[in-house]
Design a protein around this ligand. Structure first.
Ligand SMILES: Nc1ncnc2c1ncn2[C@@H]1O[C@H](COP(=O)(O)OP(=O)(O)OP(=O)(O)O)[C@@H](O)[C@H]1O
Ligand SMILES: [Mg+2]
Length: 332
């Protein structure tokens, strides 16, 4: 039986761009799917197709047991959506926004008021509750938008980059809200650029790039595929990066990735602590001063880099090609 969110061969083109190029998804009820991918990968397009905001060129989608293309209105009644860009009414206060959503979803006036109060507390918006939301900071708007998506508790939720722009405290709180929702049986598809977030919240992860799913599995499965441990070295002098890279290449199972900004080199290895001691000895013999060195298991960031060839959290799609070039260049 298909899961609470199911898609088969979704294709969506915009002119020459194949934003979705045959995406299959299956999210079991009561679980969280993390959709990861670089800017422009097709994450928002997938969310918009699944939430009836866009019609795919081809493919099939079933959400909460309802065919998305045949019965979009019914789907809308069964889902909650928090989009990538906040969709609150600027001229209404936070409280009014939440009450309005409640009444749109046919709560009584009294229940809508009560629900608004609960959510304002939940999302730390009590002090700002009666100000027009156009006076809110970016993070406050984001929280109001998320609260609006939770006014009624639909069985299936979609959140497109829910914690982008939130400070660590508010991000942590949203994670708790999400975990409670899911414990209560909600199925959630969430997109994120924060791999730690996917690691923390998602039962399953799909990595998308150029409109295709290029890997899927649990965070642990993806990390295991990426393989082995990593030696991570931060050199003290920028001029030493190149020599350190050569030394690490001699120990590594793959190429070293270099972050010039933080002077950090990372290389996949096998050999554990003994190997680490040898690396330190060799670096020392070449007179390279080390700020930090350690051995660690692969993170989802490593998975992402090895799959997509570049790091997450880039500013925009235009930077993406440059960054990919840089990573390639760094590997030479
Ligand atoms: N309405 C549109 N018209 C034209 N092109 C579009 C439209 N919407 C999306 N695209 C293109 O489709 C591709 C996928 O975009 P999408 O917004 O789904 O990416 P994303 O994975 O959500 O990226 P981000 O991480 O930046 O939010 C991009 O190349 C984008 O430029
Ligand atoms: Mg997006």
């Amino acid at each position: 039986m298909p899961g609470a969110i199911y898609a088969e061969g979704l294709v969506k083109t915009f002119g020459d761009v194949r934003a979705l190029d045959g995406v299959d998804l299956d999210v079991p009820e009561g679980t969280v799917l993390g959709l990861l991918g670089p800017n422009g990968a097709g994450k928002t397009t997938a969310v918009r197709c699944l939430t009836t905001l866009l019609t795919p060129d081809s493919g099939r989608a079933v959400v909460a047991g309802i065919d998305v293309l045949k019965n979009p209105n019914e789907v809308r009644r069964s889902i909650g959506l928090s989009g990538q860009f906040a969709a609150v009414d600027e001229y209404l206060t936070g409280r009014e926004n939440l009450q309005m959503v409640g009444q749109l979803y046919q709560l009584s006036k009294k229940d809508a008021k009560k629900r608004a109060v609960e959510l304002l507390e939940r999302f730390n918006l009590v002090d700002a509750a009666d100000r027009p939301s156009k006076t809110y900071s970016g993070g406050m708007r984001r929280r109001l938008d998320l609260a609006a998506a939770l006014v009624v508790s639909p069985p299936v939720m979609f959140m497109d980059e829910p914690t982008t722009g939130l400070d660590p405290h508010n991000r942590q709180q949203l994670w708790e809200v999400i975990q409670e929702l899911v414990a209560g049986g909600t199925t959630l598809l969430l997109t994120t650029q924060y791999l730690e977030e996917a690691d923390h919240l998602a039962h399953d992860i799909c990595v998308v790039d150029h409109g295709r799913v290029i890997a899927r599995g649990t965070a642990d499965q993806l990390k295991a595929q990426t393989g082995g441990e990593r030696v991570e070295v931060v050199v003290h002098e920028r001029e030493h990066i190149e020599t350190a890279r050569e030394i690490l290449a001699g120990f590594g199972k793959g190429e070293a990735t270099v972050d010039d900004h933080t002077r950090k080199l990372t290389v996949p290895v096998t050999g554990g602590a003994k190997l680490l001691a040898e690396v330190i000895r060799d670096l020392d013999a070449r007179g390279i001063e080390i700020d930090d060195i350690g051995l660690r298991r692969p993170t989802l960031d490593d998975v992402f880099i090895s799959l997509t060839g570049h790091v997450a959290e880039q500013a925009d799609a235009a930077d993406e090609a440059d960054a990919a070039e840089e990573t390639k260049g760094a590997k030479k």
